[in-house]
Design a protein around this ligand. Structure first.
Ligand SMILES: Nc1ncnc2c1ncn2[C@@H]1O[C@H](COP(=O)(O)OP(=O)(O)OP(=O)(O)O)[C@@H](O)[C@H]1O
Length: 326
């Protein structure tokens, strides 16, 4: 990890729900974490655990998403309560996202150059003034200058995604959120996207990175620290190496044991999936949300587990109760 210490984004007890006809879907329900300067935070968990809601909610709350409480402090301000005008100012400059469906994120009726020019105008800049920088960034992601005169539809899926990587980082954001950007790629393309992100961090094109994926094995290549989410809540936050060597939360353990291991023959050793499904988050009640699938569940799990501090690591599981919860 580069550098130490300074917290760039501090999220405390954040709640983002979806308002539906049947009640609230508690997609992000009291999530706390921080990201330090230069750090790469992996955000992991099964489909539906709230990863994209968290990423998108930090950038722009769109209905039916509803901010229900908590805070996300960036540059001294709670970005969850900023006015649309203030938000427009910090988006791209302070916090930016490569969205999950980056490939469809660009306006199909405008040439790439125009899309970039429009964005830069919102921040008091222009394409012509930034031309050298844009061309330098295109090189980092292996795109030629000629893409600037193309329409999004003329780019392949992979090219569009790399273009969105350039656009999202044009203003050198303090925090970049990358949402499942490697999931649709083959292993060698995954590796090159990760390489590009590393290079962007080395060149200080972005400060810190929150890398969202359901795939822990991808995080192994990139993350300094991992936050495992389960059903809208934090299960565990630990340095990457601890997650691999000695995961704390029963869910993290089961996620890891569901990954294929190098050198193991699966004709002899069966891969273990996690039995059962995550609970519905619609009007979900109290208690540990993993208890129905957890082999260690006991009576206390009917109550919400607090987040316990275990040697600087965070784990939300009653098995770790030692009277030092925070
Ligand atoms: N527009 C919506 N209205 C109601 N509920 C929603 C909406 N979008 C998402 N949800 C619910 O919010 C919860 C969290 O979804 P989210 O997409 O954030 O999870 P995820 O971990 O990113 O999953 P995936 O990797 O499949 O995208 C899920 O229960 C999902 O069904």
């Amino acid at each position: 990890m580069i550098g130490v210490a300074e917290v760039v984004l501090n999220v405390k007890d954040l709640k983002i729900y979806y308002r539906t006809l049947y009640g609230y879907v508690k997609a992000v329900d009291g999530v706390s974490f921080d990201i330090k300067r230069g750090e790469i935070l992996g955000i992991a968990g099964e489909s539906g655990c709230g990863k994209s809601t968290l990423g998108n909610g930090l950038i722009l709350l769109k209905p039916p998403m509803k901010y229900m409480g908590g805070e996300a402090i960036l540059d001294g301000k709670n970005i969850m309560t900023l006015s649309p005008r203030e938000l427009r100012k910090i988006r791209y400059e302070k916090i930016s996202i490569i969205p999950q469906y980056a490939m469809d994120a660009m306006n199909p009726t405008k040439k790439i150059k125009q899309i970039i020019d429009d964005l830069l105008h919102e921040h008091g800049e222009s394409f012509e003034r930034k031309r050298d920088l844009i061309e330098e960034r295109l090189e980092i992601v292996n795109l030629g200058k000629k893409v600037l005169n193309m329409y999004p539809i003329e780019l392949s899926g992979g090219m569009k995604q790399r273009m969105v990587m350039v656009i999202s980082t044009l203003m050198n954001p303090d925090v970049l959120i990358a949402d499942e950007i490697t999931s649709a790629l083959d292993v060698s393309s995954q590796r090159s996207v990760i390489q590009m992100l590393y290079e962007m961090r080395e060149r200080k094109i972005m400060g810190s990175l929150a890398f969202i994926t359901h795939d822990l094995s991808v995080l192994y290549q990139i993350a300094d620290k991992v936050m495992v989410l389960y059903a809208g809540r934090v299960a565990e936050i630990s340095p990457m190496e601890n997650i691999v060597k000695e995961p704390l939360h029963p869910y993290t353990k089961m996620l890891l044991s569901s990954l294929p291991k190098i050198g193991v023959r699966y004709s002899q050793t069966k891969l273990k999936g996690i039995p059962g499904y995550p609970p519905s988050l619609l009007n979900i009640g109290p208690g540990c949300r993993f208890r129905d699938r957890c082999p260690y569940a006991f009576e206390k799990c009917e109550q919400d587990p607090p987040v316990f501090d275990v040697d600087g690591r965070k784990v939300s599981c009653w098995l770790f109760e030692r009277g030092d919860a925070n």
